[in-house]
Design a binder for this molecule. Structure first.
Ligand code: UDX
Length: 471
């Protein structure tokens, strides 16, 4: 038999077709596996089966269609069907923050296991990929042994996923590392076979460990990334106190190879469906385990992150002379980061909301996330382009660093703004270019020009000129 011959390959199933599950299903089919994915959301399954991804992820649509056409990828809403089809079942359901606290809400995970377990009649491996509180894999192993007709032959493994939105395909097909938590040599051998197309081709390191370590790797990685961002944002706060420049500070730090420049971009802080809820769930779990003090710093990481949103609002307030009530504010960006239409815990939308709460007339534009933004924040105004959002604005706030915004012609759009003042909350714009085009440029963590001398709105300037002309 040749290496990777289809006959040696287990048939795979994927439970849950959100960002993680849909990407995993498509990419495993791309690697040559036969894959069946299941979700309780009928609409999502119908769309996927038609070749439409229910969210924006570069490159995924094409791979989805290709693998549907090749007959390697199927979608269903039946757990009986997936149990019958597959030998390795990947659990990819969401584990959001609990509505009543900081811990992870495991209801979707438990419900998926309740739906699957009664159909597991032969030897199989159930592999958790969802981000979970440490200890969950052991709980699920006990549940499966008790609830599956196959008993202990329905084994559990844990295989955290590190994909970034916007790079999900790349991160799945060519990950930095693979981590598998297993309880038996058979489970290890099975997962090594599943990932052989990746490890064999790219030499990807594969770390084999126990359940708890595998679960912890994921939350520890995200906690580290969040801490790095909040570290540089804390430096921003110190810079603001002494009129220093955090962008230069970050650049100088990044040249120390021990520190490095990744995840050291200051600005409005982190958001999205992972980092914020993961650091909260990690703390909550540590407290349950009696080691809350060890992760006490994550509370500050969270607080620093949220304070950055408030700082942008303060700059906006200052820019318009003290009160945002009745002022027109253009917000560029709604997604939590560029190349995504995800608005979950988006700093951009949170800032837009805070500014609107002070009575401002907020007009938002985002290249990709308009629909999602309008669904969760219908009370905000929306414009069909950056230029239209900026038209008549007394201050323009850049909150997501889309290339479309960095490529704007500042001279052309200055004509449209009532006041050419921009707050570059992501340090994405070329400050000199914008200043040369007549804009007053403000950014968190950078020296703020004398606000008393900020330009007045065009309408006021015109009125003053007319008054001078008359007198
Ligand atoms: C993250 C992890 O990177 C990924 O490994 C994990 O699997 C899921 O969570 P993602 O949420 O897609 O991925 O986004 P990421 O690129 O990590 O960015 C998270 C947030 O941090 C964004 O809001 C981004 O704008 C912000 N960020 C990132 C900064 O503010 N500064 C930085 O230097 C880097």
């Amino acid at each position: 038999m040749t290496r990777n011959s289809p006959t040696t390959r287990p048939r795979l199933t994927v439970i849950g077709t959100g960002y993680l599950g849909a990407t995993h299903a498509v990419c495993m089919a791309e690697l040559g596996f036969e894959v069946m994915a299941v979700d309780v959301d009928t609409t999502k399954i119908e769309r996927l089966a038609r070749g439409e991804t229910p969210f924006y992820e570069p490159g995924l649509d094409e791979l989805l269609r290709r693998n549907l056409a090749a007959g390697r990828l199927r979608f269903t809403t039946s757990f009986a069907e997936v149990a019958d089809f597959g030998e390795v079942h990947f659990l990819c359901v969401g584990t959001p923050q609990r509505p009543d606290g900081r811990g992870a809400d495991l209801r979707y995970l438990h419900s998926a296991v309740s739906s699957l377990a009664p159909h597991l009649r032969r030897r199989c491996l159930v592999v958790g990929k969802s981000t979970v509180p440490v200890g969950t894999a052991a709980d699920l192993a006990a549940r499966l042994a008790a609830e599956a007709p196959a008993g202990a032959s329905a084994e559990v493994a844990w295989n955290p996923e590190f994909l970034r939105e916007g790079f999900a395909v790349e991160d799945t097909l060519r990950p930095d590392r693979l981590v598998i938590g297993v309880a038996s040599p058979a489970a290890e051998a099975k997962l090594r076979a599943v990932y052989e197309p990746i490890t064999g081709q790219h030499g990807t390191p594969l770390i084999v460990t126990d359940f708890a370590t595998a679960e912890l790797v994921k939350v520890a990685a995200n906690a580290f990334l969040a801490t790095k961002i909040s570290y540089i944002n804390a430096m921003s706060e110190v810079c603001e106190a002494v009129d220093a420049d955090v962008t230069t500070l970050a650049q100088a730090l990044s040249l120390d190879a021990r520190i490095g420049g990744k995840f050291l971009r200051p600005g409005v802080g982190f958001g999205g469906g992972c980092l914020p809820k993961d650091i909260r769930a990690f703390q909550a779990r540590a407290e349950e385990l009696g080691v809350g003090a060890s992760l006490g710093f994550l509370r500050q990481v969270d607080e620093i992150n949220l304070r950055r949103r408030q700082r942008v609002v303060t700059l906006a307030r200052k820019a318009v002379g003290g009160s945002l009530a009745g002022r027109r504010v253009a917000v560029l960006g709604a997604a939590f980061k560029p190349n995504s239409d995800d608005v979950r815990d988006s700093p951009a939308l949170a800032v837009a909301e805070l500014i609107a709460a002070e009575g401002a007339d907020v007009v938002v534009y985002d290249p990709m996330a308009m629909e999602n933004a309008a669904r969760v924040r219908p009370e905000l105004g929306y414009a069909p382009s950056a230029a239209e959002a900026i038209t008549g604005a007394e201050v323009t706030v850049l909150l997501t660093e889309w290339a479309e915004f960095t490529e704007l012609d500042p001279a052309a759009i200055a004509e449209r703004a009532a006041t050419s003042t921009v707050i570059d909350a992501r340090h994405a714009l070329d400050r000199d270019r914008w200043q040369r085009a007549g804009w007053t440029y403000l950014a968190p963590g950078r020296p703020v020009p004398d606000l008393a001398r900020l330009p007045r709105p065009r309408s006021e300037r015109l009125a003053m000129a007319t008054a001078r002309g008359v007198s």
